[in-house]
Structures are given as C-alpha cells and as structure tokens.
Design a protein around this ligand. Structure first.
Ligand code: NI
Length: 169
C-alpha cells in the first residue's frame, strides 16, 4: 500500500466528472488500498479518487459511531456510489476538505441518505447513513461530479489557529 499525493485546487481533476468503474481488477484493488492508506495518513474520514488524481467513481469512508467513541471505526469502500434516498430534513454543519487546505465552510446536507453502489469485489451494496456519516458520503459523492463544498456552502472562511470548531475533513 502506498500513500498517494492528495491533489489540491486548482488541479482540474477536482472539477471533472469522474468515470464509472467497470473493471474490478488488480489495478482497482491497488487503488482502493492506496486510497485507504492515504485517507488514514492524512488523516481524514473520507476520500474520493479524483483527490488522488484518478478520475474514477470510487470513494472510501472511515468513520466511527458518533454516539460511542469507543466503538471501532467502520470502513466503507464504494464504487459507482449513488444516493438513492435522501431525507427531507436538512442539517447545517462545518466541513473541510483535504483538497482545500486551510479552509472550512458551513454546508447544508440531508440528515439521512441511502447510498447504493458496488463493494471492492464489485458486488452490489446499499448503505444507510445518518448524521456525520451521511454528510461524509454526500461530500465524497459530490467530488465525483466535480463539486466541491464551497459550491454549496453558505459561507467559507479560513479558521484561525485558536478557533475551536468541529470539522469533518
Ligand atoms: Ni473533500
């Protein structure tokens, strides 16, 4: 496994619509493993393939139970992810992004969603997510469309060193 370089704006790959995955071969497995490694090293709770310069529809998310900090984190690998259901209820919170260092923004997202896609074996999966986990999925899936959180943010700012904010990155 290799930690890959995380690309930042204004790299055009971040603004491209990523390609659908059709081959779940060795190269795909290497990409999955490298993305997990890169996300953990950052550290971050989610990463989309365009953030390592690969314009393919693949995301990795790793997040623990927000109610119970002791519980182990859960790793999700989703190829060709699609939001198939979304709650009417919206929630606003602060997000950051590894591809936009030094910035945070206030973004409104669906409180709960269902995502379908393919796992690392290319088998169909469906994930129900709410709260922060739902937010992370929405943020990462946006990356596959070339959408970055400032496009949706009500405000974006550079937090000072001393500003204490809870950020999902
Ligand atoms: Ni991001």
């Amino acid at each position: 496994m290799t930690v890959r370089e995380i690309v930042t704006l204004p790299d055009p790959v971040l603004r491209r619509k990523a390609h659908k995955l059709t081959n779940f071969d060795k190269e795909f497995t290497t990409l999955v493993n490298d993305m997990v490694e890169t996300m953990r090293a950052a550290p971050g709770v989610g990463l989309a393939a365009p953030q390592v310069g690969v314009s393919e529809r693949l995301i990795v998310v790793e997040f623990g139970d927000e109610e119970n900090e002791e519980s182990p984190k859960k790793l999700f690998v989703v190829a060709n992810p699609e939001i198939v259901e979304a709650s009417d209820e919206m929630v606003t919170a602060i997000e950051g992004c590894l591809s936009l260092p030094g910035l945070v923004g206030e973004v409104e997202r669906h409180e709960a969603i269902q995502v379908k896609g393919l796992n690392r074996q290319g088998k169909p999966i469906r994930i129900k997510a709410q709260g922060w986990l739902a937010r992370i999925f929405q943020h990462e899936i946006d990356h596959l469309e070339g959408v970055l959180y400032p496009d949706r943010a009500t405000r974006v700012w550079q937090p000072s060193e001393t500003e204490e904010i809870e950020v999902v990155e």
